[in-house]
Design a protein around this ligand. Structure first.
Ligand code: TXA
Ligand code: MG
Length: 294
């Protein structure tokens, strides 16, 4: 990364495509490797709170959330520090910066050794499901990197929750830390129907396999693959969680979408998932995989 190259970096959420956040050429190479629109800013990853405070301005709320959930799957959008090194392109020109301190031994070791912030979007090509295994990460962008680190399957399997703290606290992207967990620490999150516009990454069609995705399906039509949830019909190998556990379903979601896609079905039908707790983030990703505006 010091030489401006990209790496595949395992985190507890999904595999990231990492680069030096202060190096505009390296950051440009990330956008190019992913085929990502330039207006979609990247998350800067740091080893610890001290590293985060070098690039972002923390208020009381930010400190509380960092104390509660870092290291872990929470990203904070904060005003950029006046002398922060995260380059313009990584922030897509915004005055704010997204920062996260991952809870993964390999990610932490790399970040601590590197010393500065590392941008790491999910290692998929833009619009595709995020990779949650080393093999999937290598398949997506392995040909674009100077090094690839194998951390095995990602424990969480869903991207970090993104909370905006530029004014009233907002849930910009539901994720591994639930709305309820955030509200227990800083109180109610503001409701805003235009949150998708505030977080430019929230494209309607995103996380999509090649096959169309059909939601809230009780069973598969002929030719379809079926992703089950809880006891019910379908291939047990594609059941997100036979016991109906949302954590297990989150961890399996992207890998199972990819596995279903590999059978070249006419569509991927997905069982209804309860919308509480982690289910909010799972349903968010599923709606986007299906191409619905969120
Ligand atoms: O779990 C994760 O967060 C993974 C792992 C690798 O850490 N990374 C990840 O990054 O999901 P990415 O780039 O795929 O998603 C970044 C999200 C996008 O929705 C983007 O729009 C939002 O964060 N974001 C980044 N900077 C922002 C900013 N300044 N204001 C608002 N939203 C921002
Ligand atoms: Mg992504």
């Amino acid at each position: 990364m010091r030489a401006g190259q990209l790496i595949l970096l395992p985190t507890e959420t999904v595999y990231g495509l990492g680069a030096d956040a202060s190096n505009p050429a390296a950051v440009a190479a990330i956008y190019e490797a992913k085929g990502r629109p330039r207006f979609n800013p990247l998350i800067s990853h740091v080893a610890d709170l001290a590293g985060a405070e070098r690039i972002a301005v923390f208020d009381e709320r930010a400190r509380k959330l960092a104390a509660a959930f870092w290291p872990g799957p929470l990203t904070l959008v904060l005003p950029m520090a006046p002398d922060g090194v995260v380059c313009d392109l990584a922030r897509a020109g915004l005055e704010s910066v997204a920062v996260r301190c991952p809870a993964h031994l390999i990610a932490h070791t790399v970040l601590a050794a590197f010393g500065g912030p590392v941008v790491a979007p999910s290692a998929n090509r833009s619009g595709r499901p995020s990779p949650t295994t080393f093999a999937d990460a290598v398949e997506e962008t392995g040909d674009k990197v100077g090094a690839a680190l194998d951390g095995g399957p990602c424990e969480v399997g869903l991207e970090s929750t993104v909370v905006g703290l530029l004014d009233a606290p907002r849930l910009l992207r539901p994720g591994a830390v639930t709305r309820g967990q955030i509200e227990a620490v800083i109180g109610p999150l503001a409701e805003a129907e235009d949150d998708a516009k505030r977080s430019p990454g929230r494209l309607a069609r995103h996380y999509s396999p090649d096959a169309p995705v059909r939601l809230n399906a009780d069973r598969a039509e002929p030719g379809e693959a079926y992703l089950g949830f809880g006891p019910g019909p379908g291939d047990p190998a594609l059941n997100l969680s036979p016991s109906g556990d949302l954590r297990e379903a989150a961890a399996n979601l992207f890998a199972y979408l990819r596995a279903a896609d590999r059978t070249r079905p006419s569509a991927i039908a997905v069982a209804p998932i309860p919308d509480e707790g982690l289910g909010e983030a799972i349903n968010d990703r599923l709606k986007r995989a299906a191409g619905f505006v969120g």
